[in-house]
Design a protein around this ligand. Structure first.
Ligand SMILES: Nc1ncnc2c1ncn2[C@@H]1O[C@H](COP(=O)(O)OP(=O)(O)OP(=O)(O)O)[C@@H](O)[C@H]1O
Length: 234
């Protein structure tokens, strides 16, 4: 099957300008792909470059070398070379990124945070309202919190709003950066179910999941990031 997301020989290092231009190599020669309907998990020790790979796929970090090919309907886009507006278009239609933290918007209720993400992802107003309610209920966010802005919520409550926000629009590529780090076992199981539903619906999923039980629950193929270690590539 043609990949939904493919890394080809990707390299990344950081230059610390405030530290005399020290260069920190992170990954080199990173090549792997994720097919539609497949879940893959980036695996490796802290600092191996897992988040950097996800951020490059979402266009948050630049690549130093290589290509990141994303299938966008009938066309393909190389995120490593795409113009900013093309990256924004991919985010609107094709890729969701669920990070560990919710970027809180003052005075907007949790339900609206989720609904707006749904409408931005192409759902009608009714669909967005219905699906936001379904997701928040499945994620066990108490209904009394739906009308409140999430700024004062607990870490786990904010994380559940963030997951609902990231999952409401059915985009074909889902990037997950530790989405369940602050959740209890019951809510982790709900997230695993939601991810599995998305996979069965044909999404390509690439995630970072430290928790072994969660990794098992989502059944992802392991991509060992230490293979792309710069010491080995040097
Ligand atoms: N914006 C940045 N500026 C400078 N260095 C960075 C930046 N982002 C990441 N790094 C460095 O790149 C390396 C890889 O970081 P990354 O967050 O990708 O690792 P990770 O495998 O996701 O780690 P963890 O499991 O601890 O989250 C680390 O040494 C980190 O310090």
């Amino acid at each position: 099957m043609i990949a939904a997301l493919e890394f080809r020989d990707v390299a990344k290092s950081f230059t610390l300008h405030l530290r005399g231009g020290t260069v920190l190599p992170v990954v080199a020669g990173a090549s792997f792909s994720v097919a539609p309907g497949e879940c893959a998990v980036l695996w490796g020790p802290s600092g191996a470059g897992k988040s950097s790979l996800l951020r490059m796929a979402y266009g948050n970090y630049r690549c130093d070398a290589g290509d990141i090919i994303v299938r966008d309907g009938e066309r393909v886009v190389d995120v490593a070379r795409a113009a900013p507006r093309d990256v924004l278009a991919l985010r609107a239609r094709t890729m969701s990124y669920v990070s560990q933290f919710l970027r809180v918007i003052p005075r907007v209720s949790s339900r609206d945070v989720v609904e707006v993400a749904g409408r931005e992802g192409g759902l009608s107003e009714d669909q967005a309202r219905q699906r936001a309610g379904d997701l928040l209920a499945r994620l066990n966010l108490p209904e009394r919190l739906w009308g409140l802005p999430p700024a004062t919520f607990s870490g786990g409550e904010q994380q559940r709003v963030n997951i609902a926000k990231g999952l409401i629009a059915p985009r074909p590529i889902l990037l997950l950066d530790e989405p369940t780090a602050s959740l209890d076992a019951q809510n982790r199981a709900v997230v695993a179910e939601l991810v599995e539903e998305r996979r069965k619906a044909g999404a390509a999923i690439l995630g970072i999941v430290h928790d072994a039980a969660m990794r098992e629950a989502i059944g992802g193929r392991i991509i060992d990031v230490t293979r792309f270690g710069t010491a080995r590539a040097a």
